[in-house]
Design a protein around this ligand. Structure first.
Ligand code: AMP
Ligand code: MG
Length: 428
């Protein structure tokens, strides 16, 4: 058996970032920038009003209330030519360019039109710059707006659009082939034939890959036949950036993924026994003429998902150019005894994490922990990480890997200045 850390090292060797390509900004969400974005325009582009109100010379309002002559109206989108002189004001809308001569805006709520709108009373004294937005206040020309390696979110799409940038170079989303292996898998509808089970791994893996923002191609089920498996893997490898299979990687007589990889796998291909429970067996390497990265996950439904979590998602994220590969691991306390036996392995207990009234995270088991008991995986929102030993008693600290969250850093990580119990209501 090798440690989780060693196994991850071996897996990540097969996870080089995919070459960047230029995509439309709208398609870049979830992708990672390959180059910094430099602003060639300022945002805002011109001096404008932050309020609906009146553009004035601040000095005219020093002895407020002050009555000023209204010399015009400026709407958003106008390119005004008028000038606000001493004793004058211009009606102005949010986002409209500030007219020449004006240096402040009085919000409409602090004004009173008089003389049918020919004049206005400014009720408060203003300082130059009040409610004025200056060019470049958000972004200046030449700013590095986003460094390379930024993961694009919808807010990034907004910023890029505000700069007139329509395309960006990003690492593409890996296209991932998914296959199930096993003669026992029944693909039809209706009652199960004797000895058969339904395929749950493939739909679960397809769903999690899609939820993680990867492109998925479903290559179906292949039986426990070496030749058929070799053909199916080759077809998948030719079409995709990575191949993910489940089943057939342990030491049974018909563990054909292992047998096929032993014969046909490219350099660096190996299968291993990882010192974790569940999900001990794992095959990793390259397949086909394209030397496509290959991840052979165990067949037990919980093991397949655990193995995906610990190995495949991080590898695919690395291929997508991400630097934050893992979900957050936080500190919780056991709300009940979390027992285990010493066996040289790290145990990943399907668990439920919640917040106590004092903000501290607490963790309980999600129920049955055998690797075929998939329902407790669905019930879990975290894995409690139990190092080799006898487990932990009530009130003792436990590391928990939170499922369903990414990129939020780790509580206690000083980059975020957060301590456990920082008061936000976790949502999962
Ligand atoms: P294997 O690793 O192929 O020996 O499979 C281990 C266990 O997982 C066996 O009980 C299989 O029947 C089960 N299994 C394998 N593949 C799947 C699948 N796609 N869906 C559900 N169970 C599976
Ligand atoms: Mg099998």
């Amino acid at each position: 058996m090798i440690s989780l850390a060693e196994a991850r090292q071996l897996v990540l060797e097969h996870a080089d970032p995919l070459p960047a390509r230029v995509v439309d900004v709208a398609d870049a969400v979830g992708c990672v920038l390959d180059q910094p974005v430099v602003a060639t325009e300022a945002v805002p582009p011109f001096v404008n009003s932050a309020m609906d109100g009146y553009a004035v010379r601040a000095a005219d309002t020093a002895d407020a209330p002050a009555s000023l002559a209204v010399v015009g109206t400026i709407l958003a989108g106008d390119a005004p030519t008028l000038t606000v002189g001493t004793g004058q004001a211009a009606r102005i809308m949010t986002g409209a360019p500030l007219p020449a001569g004006a240096d402040a805006v009085c919000m409409v709520e602090r004004t009173r039109p008089t003389g049918d709108g020919a004049s206005v009373v400014i009720e408060i004294a203003l300082r130059a710059g009040d409610h004025v937005r200056h060019p470049g206040e958000d972004i200046r020309v030449g700013d590095i707006v986003f460094p390379a390696q930024t993961a694009v979110t919808p807010a990034h799409v907004g910023v890029l659009s505000s700069l007139g940038i329509r395309q960006v170079p990003v690492h593409p989303r890996p296209r991932v082939a998914v296959l199930s292996t096993g003669d026992e898998l029944f693909g039809g509808d209706g009652p199960l034939p004797a000895g058969k089970i339904r395929d749950s791994n493939r739909p679960a893996l397809v769903a999690t890959l899609a939820a993680d923002g990867f492109e998925v191609l479903d290559f179906g089920v292949v039986g426990d036949d070496e030749r058929a498996a070799a053909e199916a893997f080759a077809a998948a490898a030719a079409k995709c950036d990575a191949v993910v299979t489940s089943g057939g990687v342990s030491v049974g007589d018909r563990d054909i993924v292992r047998l096929v990889l032993d014969q046909l796998g490219g350099p660096g291909t190996r299968w291993m026994q990882v010192a974790i429970k569940p999900a001990k067996p794992l095959a990793v390497g390259r397949f086909g003429d394209t030397a496509t990265p290959f991840f052979g996950l165990p067949g037990n439904p919980v093991s397949a998902l655990v193995s995906y979590e610990l190995f495949v998602r991080p590898a695919l994220r690395a291929m997508a150019g991400h630097h934050r590969l893992d979900r957050p691991v936080l500190r919780a306390v056991a709300a009940e005894p979390l027992e285990r036996r010493p066996d040289g392995k790290l145990h990943l207990l399907r668990a439920r994490v919640s917040t106590r009234p004092d903000g501290q995270l607490q963790v309980r088991t999600a129920g049955g922990q055998a690797s075929h008991q998939l329902r407790t995986m669905a019930d879990a929102n975290a894995f409690a990480l139990l190092p080799d030993g006898h487990g932990v008693g009530t009130g003792q600290p436990v590391a928990v890997l939170l499922l369903g969250a990414h990129g939020i850093g780790t509580v206690g990580d000083d980059r975020f200045g957060l301590e456990p119990g920082f008061g936000l209501e976790p949502r999962w």
